[in-house]
Ligand binder design. Sequence first.
Ligand SMILES: *[C@@H]1O[C@H](CO)[C@@H](O)[C@H](O)[C@H]1NC(C)=O
Ligand SMILES: *[C@@H]1O[C@H](CO)[C@@H](O)[C@H](O)[C@H]1NC(C)=O
Length: 213
Amino acid sequence: MLSKCLNVYRALIFTFVLGYTSCALIPEPEVKIDVLHKPFLCHRKTKLGDRLLIHYAGFFENGTMFHSSRENNGEAVWFTLGIKESLIGWDRGLREMCAGEKRKLIIPPTLAYGKEGRGKIPPESTLTFEIELFEIKHGPRSHDSFQEMDLNDDWKLSRREVKDYLRREFDKYGVAQNDTQQESMVNDIFTNEDEDEDGYISAREFTYKHDEL
Ligand SMILES: *[C@@H]1O[C@H](CO)[C@@H](O)[C@H](O)[C@H]1NC(C)=O
Ligand SMILES: *[C@@H]1O[C@H](CO)[C@@H](O)[C@H](O)[C@H]1NC(C)=O
């Protein structure tokens, strides 16, 4: 239940980047981050929604490598930060990172493949990744979620549309939320996002307002 709460919270942070903190106080397993190399110059650090060009190698606890993007002359891969495209541990461990930086992430099972494991990853595996970041690009910054919310395609979000979206998100993660709680979230979201206070969150307000996290 608690981790579901966090999942929803994370999804909403990516979507709205709002200061809604009701779930934030719950202790949880952390990713251990070692910076192996920090470039001398850092013009910009990664933030949620960015696209990252990376090479990575993954290791079991005994040190055996199970995968590397460099295998078979592999090219660096693009990865979008903060949308659970890969492991949650990556979304946590690759924030505020500079192009040229190299990190080692030690990721507990709950933020990796969990109780089940996957493929050659045994259940309950703590995984280590060495990740080198080459390039950072602005991501699509939740354009997809905007369209998902904008049910009537008028390029602005009404309170109803936002509330329906929240309800679907909470249902998806099996979190019970009563109407009062949802109303209060919608209020928080509109306070943060509806800059011109016209009662709608426009595509522009949605996309650009919180560009610099
Ligand atoms: C290291 O751990 C992995 C996963 O448990 C296992 O598949 C592999 O055989 C181990 N390697 C060695 C050398 O023990
Ligand atoms: C909704 O949940 C909140 C927080 O758990 C609680 O304080 C409130 O009484 C509930 N409201 C209703 C109508 O059930």
